[in-house]
Design a protein around this ligand. Structure first.
Ligand code: GLN
Length: 484
């Protein structure tokens, strides 16, 4: 296989540390005149030169010189010309938007996503487009038509997915921060596996305009960053209503950096029994117990709770997400946007273009989704999954009457080996803890919180709808405490 490492790039992965300069700090140092943008860009591009041949986080990358020139005139903006990497299912006008699919290999969007427009308006620059599982379907970034991304901590392992390129770029020091998308966990799980921060906002808080649709009722855009305050900063810029997305909420954007508290006093944290099954193993379980002790020291009350419907979340998600995907992906017909296969008739052209263009995982989802929506089975599968979704949302609502936030692991395991999960179900199981919040439209964040088998392990906090301020504040308190 093409997976073995060329000897000339045997460079050690990053030290196991949670502390290094984040975007917030770079911005402050730039504003104070201590460093220039050239320093920052040089550091990123030195890491790119060293690691990118192996890590393969980017599908397209801006020239170093272009970023330096592009920063001119941005001296009084929020981001001061700093570059941010964008997952390649989020439209930008500067680069192609491929969605990791052969079908869209040459697609260039005529418009940029609202989240990108807002970053640019705040003085950021697009650093490049990051690798992903095709159409964001996957948990390992192995399903990209352009080859896998590797985990910067261990090159034989996956970075998680589907925003694996974004998470790996940030973890490898190749990017300061990135945007990802989270349908069932694709921001949080790769962040956890790469030892960085990943925030899934409340559904509708960040416009989906320009995010290529996978499962429209679940899709969100969220930041992947080196620190919690970076996630807060980016969210403050990209959140808020957008007339171009009818599902965007009317709640105005807030300054999420305001009110970050260094403690958890007065907060009740719920640890669901279902999120700490014995299968996690003694090391992870001890780590989670340690988080709870730490939370208590920081002033929180930690309560054991139960979310018994958790076991139904995964099947409900795979029915709903695949049904929506089957409908959304019907637009790739070889006529518009995409690769077109030569054929005699229109039907043959459509079938051939899709056959050649889509990879096996995408085809699996389209087949599953089409079946779930078919006349005789609609109620038995799709209808039932929707009812389960409602019950899961209610179960969370009830839990949030007793606790302010829910705490648990982001992913059941640290990064697994490339090629290890061959059957789809074992891959789907890595989303066990991220999917329930996604089904309920809730915000959730993953922060690095220790290691298991010498690999990063993520702590997930889930909050009620629009609780981003509390969520980020609690995550920040944990980050500070775990760093100390
Ligand atoms: N891994 C999940 C899936 O494959 C979630 C993907 C995502 O959030 N985009 O559907």
């Amino acid at each position: 296989m093409g997976y073995s490492l060329p000897v000339w790039v045997q460079i050690p992965p990053p030290a196991h540390t949670l502390v290094w300069r984040d975007l917030y700090e770079c911005r402050a140092a730039l504003a104070r005149g201590e460093i220039t943008l050239i320093h920052v860009v040089d550091e990123l591009y030195q890491n790119i030169e060293k690691k990118e041949p192996v890590v393969h986080a980017f599908l397209a990358l801006a020239e170093r010189e272009k970023l330096i020139l592009g920063a001119k005139g941005k001296e009084s903006t929020v981001f001061l010309g700093l570059p941010i990497a964008i997952k390649d299912n989020i439209c930008t006008t500067e680069f192609p938007t491929t969605c990791g699919s052969r079908l869209l290999a040459h697609y260039r969007s005529p418009f940029a996503a609202t989240a990108v427009v807002r970053l640019l308006a705040a003085g950021a620059q697009v650093q490049g487009k990051t690798n992903l599982d095709e159409f964001a379907m996957g948990s390992s970034t192995e399903h990209s038509a352009f080859g896998p991304t590797r985990n910067p901590w261990d090159w034989e392992r996956v970075p998680g997915g589907s925003s694996g390129g974004s998470a790996a770029a940030v973890a490898a020091g190749e990017a300061l921060a990135a945007l990802g998308s989270d349908t069932g966990g694709s921001v949080r799980q790769p962040a956890a596996l790469c030892g960085v921060v990943g925030l899934r906002p409340t559904y509708g808080l960040v416009s989906r305009y320009g995010l290529v649709a996978f499962a429209s009722s679940l899709d969100t855009i969220g930041p992947i960053t080196r620190s919690v305050r970076d996630a807060a900063l980016i969210l403050s810029v990209i959140a808020g209503p957008d007339p171009r997305d009818s599902t965007s909420l009317s709640s105005p954007a807030q300054n999420y950096l305001e009110g970050l508290r260094p403690n958890l006093s007065g907060l009740r944290l719920g640890l669901p029994r279902e999120y700490v099954p014995v299968e996690l193993g003694p090391v992870a379980l001890a780590l989670i117990r340690g988080w709870c002790d730490r939370a208590a020291e920081l002033g929180a009350e930690v309560l054991e709770i139960s979310l018994p419907l958790t076991e139904y979340a995964l099947p409900a998600y795979y029915l709903i997400a695949s049904a929506e995907a089957a409908a959304n992906l019907a637009r790739y017909d070889g006529v518009r946007y995409t690769l077109r296969a030569p054929a005699q008739t229109a039907m043959e052209m459509i079938a051939q273009s899709r056959t050649l263009g889509f990879g096996p995982e995408v085809k699996r989802r389209i087949a599953l989704g089409t079946f779930a929506l078919s006349a005789g089975y609609y109620d038995q599968y799709y209808g039932k999954a929707q009812r389960v979704r409602t019950l899961i949302a209610r179960e969370f609502q009830a839990a949030f009457e007793k606790v302010d936030l829910i705490i648990g692991p982001t992913s059941p395991t640290p990064a697994f080996r490339i090629g290890e999960k061959v059957d789809p179900l074992s891959m789907y199981l890595s989303d066990l803890f991220t999917i329930p919040a996604a089904l309920a439209g809730l915000p959730a964040i993953s922060i690095p919180a220790g290691t298991v088998e010498n690999l990063p392990f993520g702590l997930q906090l889930i909050g009620p709808r629009l609780s981003e301020k509390t969520l980020l504040s609690a995550a920040w308190a944990f980050e500070e405490a775990l760093r100390a």
